[in-house]
Design a protein around this ligand. Sequence first.
Ligand SMILES: [Zn+2]
Length: 99
Amino acid sequence: MAWQGNGMGAAWAWHAMCESAFTGHNTLGRCLYLIGLIDSLLCRRCRVEEESSAHVSCECEAVVSLRHVHLGSYFSDPEDVGSLSLVTIWNFSKGTGLT
Ligand SMILES: [Zn+2]
């Protein structure tokens, strides 16, 4: 049975998929920056906005086609992403190459 979100939003869903059970960190830019693995908070795909779960899953223009294929829209609202199955979000996040 696929898990369905309950309105907690894109940030929770993304973090649930990307977070390491061992470190408590995820692989998005902010965490990588805070632990010194990258030298910029900018999104590694578009280099325009800070790389956050909301940015990548809802508004990053560099992954707009990928978002359409996996999430069903070119741009999303965090509430919409939060209602998707974790498998759908996982496939999208893997496709971005940021996880
Ligand atoms: Zn971006």
